[in-house]
Ligand binder design. Structure first.
Ligand code: C2E
Ligand code: MG
Ligand code: MG
Ligand code: MG
Length: 289
């Protein structure tokens, strides 16, 4: 029976793999058309200063509304886009759209755009960034590129050269999802980051008794300060978490406690109603965006 069970499980596993592969190739096909059909949107999540409670900028997040399947999470389609090379086109569209949208905002705010390691490896990236900035008519310092530790897993020289080139363009650089990769800390000796973003997995549960997350947040924050970098806590959902990350010295906060990602018009309306962000209390229950 044990043997049968084993074989049965293997059988189901193989079927799952097959179904997953089919779903991914369907998704890939759909994604190719998504840009031209206007199914992609950028959504903007406010970044709030802990010192002033003012909105200092937004993180631009890709949204895909599939005509049949509805909203598809970037967790799912970014991976497909990276595997198929579509990320180049998608990433450029995201960059241009985010720059154009921040240019329309009623104050000179900052917009942060996620950059895939594959885009980062493309020598054309500084040119693409320069063009997006010029076309939108924003200042380079209004654009922040979010990069994950995974860019340090390959080719040191290419990575160094890309950092230099992007700094030359004048954009800001942020290290996203800090602490979740497999990279060493060696890159902090030279990589010119303006900001470190603490991943939400460290914020989640940080207020629970016996959690080590608070100690980890405090350490990352003092590391960032010592290196002259700003620090954003991601995924702050409750007042307790907000209090904790503020106490530990995080300069900025992003999370459902303030706002989810808004479409560009809603973000502008939000700014017109005042730059001060209001924490919503423990559970902000609104439609997922
Ligand atoms: P990320 O860059 O770390 O973005 C933060 C994610 O956390 C976003 O998820 C955001 O909606 C979510 N988030 C913010 N506050 C909270 C909170 O309080 N609670 C919880 N539970 N979640 C919160 P989203 O939009 O689903 O994006 C997921 C990931 O997809 C991003 O993680 C990023 O890695 C990737 N992504 C999104 N847009 C782009 C893009 O334009 N280009 C690239 N390359 N990747 C993107
Ligand atoms: Mg990000
Ligand atoms: Mg992140
Ligand atoms: Mg992420």
């Amino acid at each position: 029976a044990a043997k049968d069970g084993g074989r049965g499980r293997y059988h189901f596993y193989a079927e799952d793999l097959h179904a997953e592969a089919e779903a991914r190739s369907q998704l890939e096909e759909d994604l190719r058309d998504a840009i031209t059909r206007g199914e992609l949107q950028m959504a903007y999540q406010p970044v709030v200063s802990t010192a002033t409670e003012k909105i200092t900028g937004f993180e631009a997040l890709l949204r895909w509304h599939h005509p049949v399947k509805g909203w598809i999470s970037p967790q799912r389609f970014i991976g497909v886009a990276e595997d198929t090379g579509l990320i180049a086109q998608l990433g450029e569209w995201a960059l241009r759209t985010a720059c154009a949208d921040v240019a329309r905002m009623p104050a000179k705010l900052r917009v942060a755009v996620n950059v895939s390691p594959l885009q980062f490896a493309n020598p054309e990236l500084p040119t693409i960034v320069t063009q997006a900035i010029a076309q939108a008519g924003i200042e380079p310092s209004q654009l922040e590129l979010e990069i994950t530790e995974s860019v340090f897993l390959s080719d040191d020289e290419g990575t160094d050269a890309m950092f230099k080139a992007l700094k030359g363009v004048g954009v800001r650089l942020a290290l996203d999802d800090f602490g979740t990769g497999y990279s060493s800390l060696g890159y902090l000796k030279t990589a010119p980051f303006d900001k470190i973003k603490i991943d939400q997995s460290f914020v989640r549960g940080a207020t629970q008794e016996g959690s080590r997350n608070g100690a980890i947040i405090a350490s990352i924050t003092s590391l960032a300060h010592a290196l002259g970098m700003e620090i954003t806590a991601e995924g702050v959902e409750t007042l307790d978490e907000l209090e904790l990350v503020r106490l530990h010295g995080c300069s900025h906060v992003q999370g459902y406690i303030y706002e989810r990602a808004l479409d560009a018009d809603a973000a502008i309306t939000r700014l017109q109603s005042g730059l001060v962000a209001v924490a919503r209390g423990p559970k902000a229950s609104r439609a997922p965006r």
